[in-house]
Design a protein around this ligand. Structure first.
Ligand code: FUB
Length: 346
């Protein structure tokens, strides 16, 4: 088991990126509250974001199991608070899992939070450095809803950018079954969790192409369809071991797009593969088995010639679900491009 990367704060939902040869982590900043645990996630009551950076991860490169703590862990720099809920006019509470992107000279911090009606929306803040300061737009991204934004900038000539998002239960994705627009919000589904029963298709994660200024969507929000490799049909709602729950992430390797996510109440990190960033994707397998704690959330990034899985668990807090800490482990790919835990051939 990997050791916590950051120990002076509780951190979760790590979105890792390499900017200018340095590794940056954009996590949630967990804090202690006396809010009782519930399936709505009210106990995840975060109020700000820090950014962290590292120059190397070599000490965490995979070694024979069980993986001991590195003898000489790299220094993790905490760049301090880069955005607070009180600085964002539309936010009422709960700064959940963020992500960041760089495109055409600017850095963007994307974040979900509840608005004054307690409805989750997604905001954006803009800066000229990967460690901020980030200036938030005064309103949420028009057309955005639910949680867990993941930004992906493709390697094409125009650096086409996409935002993936969505999360069930407390993340409110089930409230948008009438359409992918905030105006279709259906409060009747707030207490309910998700559709179920014979014939019910899993609710899809959402994807939107970003406008050139990265502060709005260009065109409508679409469904990101995940297919069952056996039947070729969309994954069913009752397939809780494989259906999308939250924690979207996109990465690209060797021309192949990898969409990864959490299965929520079954606590797996899984992935699907496709040839277009807009899908469809075909379910391809598990990346991580359940960790200590209810939530599981991650990012995947190439750094220093290796591929890394950033994730979190609750080891540092002794198992308190809303006090998590970020970890990292090396991952590998087999000859077919499938993600594997051990270096092929070992
Ligand atoms: O950190 C709050 C929420 O918990 C995130 O938005 C979810 O992905 C889960 O990790």
């Amino acid at each position: 088991m990997s050791p916590p990367l950051i120990t002076h704060l509780y951190t979760a939902d790590p979105s890792a990126h390499v900017f200018d040869g340095k590794l940056y982590i954009y996590p949630s900043h967990d804090r202690e509250t006396d809010i009782q645990f519930n399936d709505n996630g009210d106990q995840y009551d975060m109020v700000d974001y820090h950014v962290f950076s590292l120059d190397t991860l070599d000490a965490y490169a995979s070694r024979p199991s069980p993986d001991p703590a590195p003898a000489d862990p790299p220094k993790v720099t905490d760049h301090g608070v880069v955005l607070s809920a009180r600085d964002v006019p539309w936010v009422s509470r709960q700064l959940w899992a963020p992500d960041a992107a760089y495109r055409k000279g600017k850095y963007y911090l994307y974040f979900p939070a509840r608005d004054s009606d307690s409805v989750f929306r997604i905001g954006v803040a803009v800066g000229s450095s990967p460690v901020g300061p980030f200036t938030p737009d005064p309103d949420p991204i028009p057309g955005s809803f639910s949680i867990d934004p993941a930004a992906f900038v493709d390697d094409d000539a125009d650096a086409t950018a996409y935002l993936y998002f969505g999360g069930l239960w407390g993340g409110q994705l089930q409230c948008y079954q009438r359409g992918n627009d905030p105006s279709y919000f259906d409060a009747a589904w707030l207490g309910a969790k998700e559709p179920s029963g014979p014939g019910a298709k899993a609710l899809c994660p959402k994807v939107a192409k970003m406008a050139d200024d990265m502060r709005g969507f260009e065109g409508p929000v679409g469904d990101l369809v995940i297919l069952d490799p056996e039947t070729g049909d969309p994954i069913r709602a009752d397939d809780h071991g494989r259906r999308f729950f939250e924690a979207a992430w996109m990465h690209k390797r060797g021309g192949m797009y990898y969409f990864s996510y959490s299965t929520g109440d079954t606590h797996f990190l899984v992935y699907a593969m496709g040839t277009s960033p807009l899908g469809p994707f075909t379910y391809a397998g598990r990346i991580l088995e359940p960790v200590l704690g209810w939530t599981t959330h991650h990012s995947i990034v190439e750094f220093g010639g290796r591929w890394w899985l950033f994730y979190h668990d609750c080891e540092l807090s002794g198992g308190v679900n809303h006090l998590r800490s970020v970890k990292v482990k090396e991952i590998f790919y087999d000859g077919e491009g499938k993600i594997v835990a051990e270096r092929p051939g070992e």
